[in-house]
Design a protein around this ligand. Structure first.
Ligand code: PEP
Ligand code: MN
Length: 274
């Protein structure tokens, strides 16, 4: 079994973003934004709203890994350019997914590079991301055990990049009522076995709008270090993942309830990093 910290250590790596925002060690970070960057109007509307609701990082996919080749594949470089514009306007740091290491030069001003569920096992990509010196958000493979997830993170770490955030985003099970089965127990388990901040993505984890807020609250109660939430100004017209995207108003509601849970969590003495 792979373990990365001394037994009984409460130490968690704290990662500081260019904005000064931190994650880990008791710092809770919320990343929110659309599944895909679609156009300037959509991105700006969502960026301004999620910032007002308290998100500290803007997410948005520019290179999309879609199951079907004819589904929207993302705007590519133009999408990253729009994210940079949104960063300038709102001051929010950006997290966006990389598919191909040849695109790395496009990510120079991206604050956190995301590796999606499909690429968690792409060890050559992980090795290359180990050579850079900026935070990497590694999402759990949809059929990866916690052990395999931690082993994948080690590929990045071996290159000298220890700014790694892990994201539980649900795993594939026999249960068809949700898109994936969100493994909340992975949060304290990973925290117990490693020093990585762990965030939860209840959007991909459930695939359903109505389940996102309760699972976000559950993640906060379990001691997650943050959240990733998909938000769209008009979910029914989203190019991707509309069924799991919250409206900005629903996101604001989620933020209030998650804030309440976080305050309660801070009063508890059973923090999982014991
Ligand atoms: C995403 O966050 O945009 C995404 C595609 O997530 P995942 O890789 O977890 O499916
Ligand atoms: Mn999505």
């Amino acid at each position: 079994m792979i373990e990365y910290k001394k037994a009984n250590s409460r130490e968690t790596k704290i990662i500081t973003l260019s904005s000064g925002e931190k994650i880990g060690g008791g710092n809770f970070l919320v990343m929110a934004g659309p599944c895909s960057v679609e156009n300037e109007d959509q991105l700006m509307k969502v960026a301004i709203k999620v910032k007002a609701a308290g998100a500290q990082v803007l997410r948005g996919g520019a290179f999309k890994a879609r199951t079907k080749s004819h589904s929207f594949q993302g705007l590519g470089k133009a999408g990253i350019d729009l994210l940079m514009k949104a960063k300038q306007v709102t001051g929010l740091p950006i997290v966006t997914e990389i598919q191909d290491i040849r695109h790395l030069p496009l990510y120079e001003d991206v604050d956190i590079i995301q590796v999606g569920t499909r690429n968690m096992f792409n060890y050559e990509l992980l090795k290359e991301l180990g050579k850079i010196r900026k935070p990497v958000l590694l999402k759990r493979g949809m059929a990866a055990t916690v052990e395999e997830f931690l082993c994948a993170a080690q590929y990045i770490r071996d290159g000298g990049n220890d700014q790694i955030i892990l994201c539980e985003r649900g795993i594939r099970t026999f249960e068809p009522s949700t898109r994936n089965t969100l493994d909340i127990s992975a949060v304290p388990e990973i925290q117990r076995r490693s020093d990585y901040p762990v965030i939860v993505d209840p959007s991909h984890g459930t695939g359903r709008q109505c389940l996102v807020e309760p699972m976000a609250m559950a993640a906060a109660a379990a001691g997650a270090d943050g959240l990733m939430i998909e938000v769209h100004n008009d979910p029914s017209r989203a190019f991707s993942d509309g069924a799991q995207s919250l409206t900005p108003e629903d996101f604001e509601h989620l933020m209030q309830n998650v804030g309440t849970i976080r305050k309660a969590w801070e009063l508890c003495d059973n923090h999982s990093k014991l």
